[in-house]
Design a protein around this ligand. Sequence first.
Ligand SMILES: Nc1nc2c(c(=O)[nH]1)N[C@H]1C(S)=C(S)[C@@H](COP(=O)(O)O)O[C@H]1N2
Ligand SMILES: [Mo]
Length: 314
Amino acid sequence: MPAYRPPQIPMSEVTPREIYLSRRSFMGSATAAGLAISGAGSAFAAPLMAKSSDYKVSDKLTPKEAITTYNNFYEFGVNKEDPSQNAGAFKTTPWSVKVDGLVGKPKEFGLEELMKMPLEDRTYRMRCVEGWSMVIPWVGFPLVALLNQVEPLGSAKYVSFETVVRPEEMPGQKGLFQALPWPYVEGLRLDEALHPLTLLAVGLYGETLPNQNGAPIRLVVPWKYGFKGIKSIVKISLTEKQPETTWKNSNAREYGFYSNVNPAVDHPRWSQATEQRIGEGGFFGGNRKPTLPFNGYADQVASLYAGMDLKANY
Ligand SMILES: Nc1nc2c(c(=O)[nH]1)N[C@H]1C(S)=C(S)[C@@H](COP(=O)(O)O)O[C@H]1N2
Ligand SMILES: [Mo]
């Protein structure tokens, strides 16, 4: 496995925003770095090419141990340590992602094909609605690269996502107590989905994505609360109507469609003004830092919401 490469200076710091955004959509950065494929049963023998990133955060990376043992993936249980303990038997090969709906060229992408997309290292700040945060070095490709291939129609306004249903491999989908209705579903507005920051991740810390983090492919939207980052995706559809989303369906008063990280809009039961960076100063209490609007990505994404009431559209 190659050493993790710290991301380089973002193009956004040296290029006017419009040029930066249009460039970002069509080209990656020049340097290639290998993505090591590890883990028993991996179908991929050859090292994959990952592009070094032009995204940078000055924050310290969250240790891999914390990223992979403290998270949410309710298909494997409702406690933070459940996913890492219960996802071992989950089979991520073979795998395919069906992309359909309002597109000119619907297509089922095999995992081998997805892994050949132009992979990049992208370190993002991540913020859970519960008040904890992490800094995660993802490996993935912009969702826009996949959407371009299916040719969205003019009538498409939203993108919906669906997680696999496999009760035999996912203990949280089995038995009398089901924490959520399955499949887990999420959605983005089309312009959010096309934004160059929006990633389909297939790895972290330069290695194949661990099962508990959403293997083999999951969504990462760094300016939104963590639950928008739907894991183990099997279906993506372009729609005219705003898609159903799991947490809004289960409690619309507490979780909205937009879910933009916003320190000025409290969750009905707690403040969103500060966050606990996991791995720094203990998991709980102490050392909380201020939460930034759009999780610190306002320069890149605030314009998507110009003129919207973000208190009403939480
Ligand atoms: N399918 C699925 N995706 C999911 C979840 C889930 O329960 N099921 N939990 C979400 C929540 S609440 C968070 S905070 C992130 C946490 O995982 P990560 O640290 O690997 O991003 O995954 C999100 N994606
Ligand atoms: Mo979360």
